[in-house]
Design a protein around this ligand. Sequence first.
Ligand SMILES: [Zn+2]
Length: 142
Amino acid sequence: MSDPARPSKPGPTPNPESAPFWDGLAEGVVRVQQCDACGRRQHYARSVCSQCWSEDLTWVEVAGTGRVHTWTVVHRAGHPAWAGDTPYAVLVVELDAGPRLVTAHEGDLDALAVGMPVRLLARPRGETHVVVAVTTTEKEPS
Ligand SMILES: [Zn+2]
């Protein structure tokens, strides 16, 4: 049952450029763009390679594993829907596949450390999914 005093969390708004990433999450995979000209992988989705400006990009599936690059702990939510979740961490994860991405975190805030291994998981939200990072030492929810 929804609580009218507590709004639901808004989800992402996929567009044609980013849809393969969001569709991948719904399928349980992580996809990033890979440049056909120079091989660089990038996230978030763009119309050109961020290194060589080639427009020849291909979506590739990558392992949803990486390491904590940095994080911040939110004590005062920027949106009322997250007010009950504070404090929570927002991570920058460096994927083993190369690109970095910003993601929510599920787990023990006190255990966070730079270089800590994490695994990305998809969580349903509205008509799409969002990505969260969990530490690989914690049991993954089924
Ligand atoms: Zn390139």
